[in-house]
Write a new protein. Structure first.
Length: 452
């Protein structure tokens, strides 16, 4: 795997150098969208998103946008879990630019299995927020796109994964494109997408410091292995929600020999029916741990690092403690998106609900275990296919947010009131003192009462 990553990085550097030499950036061309990588280059094939929407590849997804595109499939046991987890890290680093001027597209190469419903579950497992779409379509169209974008890799019996974890990033408006490794350093990928792709127009205006002032970073073998291979999915007592379990105290909870065998070959232990491995697989579903092909020295080093870091970190704590350690700004951001959903349901509308529910799920992922009920209920709202299902999921989400704020001692923010609907027997949050019932909408818009 490492030689593939090295080859990918070398190819990326060559592509980037070629773009600098042969395709100089001009703001006039960018403003007009006058690049050679336009409608005549990109196949305008039809895809279906994990939300069930039909989209055109060029017209709806690529035209005029900064994008990152990769190929995945949900039953992948090797590179895809790490690849998708790495993009989840990049998503967090890009923040509110996601869905505004930066977009991720993960295209399945197994459309027979990866239906929109399967992709929706996969997207939820990896905390995909606004601006990140998982796409399926006809096999021929997927292969055409893969070949056209330089992401396609043919069958190779030496590669059980079925493809190489390439990531294509680009700005269609300026004609800047670069192929990189999808499992590269997330900060490097985020900077490539967020700054290089718009010629540093969005780069921070902070005064740059000298490299002399940069702190020296030294990693021992275990820490390096954890940061490079494991940190995309796991934290060690930070309270930050990740795709896999928090590893604080894991060396106390698990026998060292079991840890060694599991880190070395989790796929083999699942196949052998190891009860702990199977329980972890069932709990975390599609976000299964891949076989990272680590050697014995790497495995021993990372276990030693987990033991050392686990002693220095706080173990995963009770939900209330975890929640209270977060700033009040985080639940307020959730409430802002929630109120937009409440207003939409009050108007019998569903158009904007999906994106706001995704935003809530992403924010809740930053709250640690205390935010898990919010994240799960927001995920149910993401999957809602009609107004009735959306209202049912909204009720559960309301309970989760109210319980979180009550338990953590945080705040809803200014002007937010709690109302109660006696017909639905549900509480909800809204702005103002005029009842705006989200459970019955236009049928009974003022049914209920303000309770706080």
């Amino acid at each position: 795997m490492r030689w593939k990553i090295a080859a990918t990085i070398a190819a990326a550097a060559a592509l980037w150098l070629n773009s600098l030499v042969n395709a100089p950036y001009t703001s006039a061309a960018a403003a007009a969208g006058d690049t050679r990588w336009g409608a005549d280059f990109f196949p305008n094939v039809t895809f279906t998103t994990h939300q069930g929407r039909t989209v055109r590849f060029y017209d709806d997804l690529v035209k005029g946008k900064i994008v990152a595109i990769d190929l995945i499939y949900t039953t992948c046991k090797y590179a895809c879990p790490l690849e998708t987890a790495r993009l989840a890290q990049v998503q967090r680093l890009l923040g509110d630019r996601m869905g505004r001027d930066v977009f991720f597209y993960s295209i399945t190469i197994d459309p027979d299995h990866d239906t929109p419903a399967v992709l929706a579950e996969y997207a939820e497992k990896y905390h995909a927020g606004p601006g990140w779409l998982f796409l399926t379509g006809a096999k021929g169209d997927i292969e055409l796109i893969g070949r056209k974008l330089g992401l396609y890799t043919g069958p190779d019996p030496r590669n059980p994964d079925g493809h190489v974890p390439y990531l294509l990033v680009g700005n269609q408006a300026t004609g800047q494109w670069m192929r990189n490794s999808a499992v590269d350093n997330p900060k490097f990928i985020a900077r490539t997408i967020g700054e290089w792709m718009d010629s540093w127009q969005s780069a921070p205006n902070d005064a740059l410091k000298s490299y002399v002032e940069a702190p020296a970073r030294t990693f021992d073998r275990g820490q390096y292995t954890f940061v490079y291979h494991c940190s995309a999915c796991h934290a060690i007592g930070s309270g930050q929600a990740r795709i896999g379990p928090d590893l604080a105290g894991v060396t106390s909870r698990r026998d060292r020999d079991w840890l060694r065998r599991f880190i070395t070959a989790p796929d083999r232990m699942n196949a052998d029916g190891d009860p702990v491995a199977v329980a972890l697989r069932d709990e975390y579903g599609q976000a299964r741990m891949p076989n990272l092909k680590l050697n014995d020295e790497d495995v021993s080093a990372v276990i030693d690092y987990l033991n050392r870091a686990g002693r220095e970190a706080s173990p995963p704590t009770h939900a209330a403690t975890t929640a209270s350690s977060k700033t009040a700004a985080e639940p307020r951001a959730i409430v802002e998106a929630y109120v937009r959903i409440q207003q939409a349901l009050h108007a019998d509308a569903t158009e904007r609900i999906h994106d706001d529910a995704c935003a809530i799920a992403t924010e809740a992922g930053h709250l640690g275990s205390a935010g898990e009920p919010i994240r799960v209920s927001a995920g149910a709202l993401v999957r809602a296919t009609d107004l009735q299902a959306a209202r049912a999921a909204f009720g559960t989400l309301s309970d989760a947010i109210i319980d979180y704020v009550k338990t953590s001692g945080s705040s809803y923010g200014d002007g937010v009131t709690i109302a109660f609907c006696p017909m639905a027997q549900k509480y909800w949050l809204q702005r103002g003192d005029t009842v705006q019932n989200p459970f019955y909408g236009k049928a009974m818009p003022d049914c209920g009462r303000i309770v706080r």
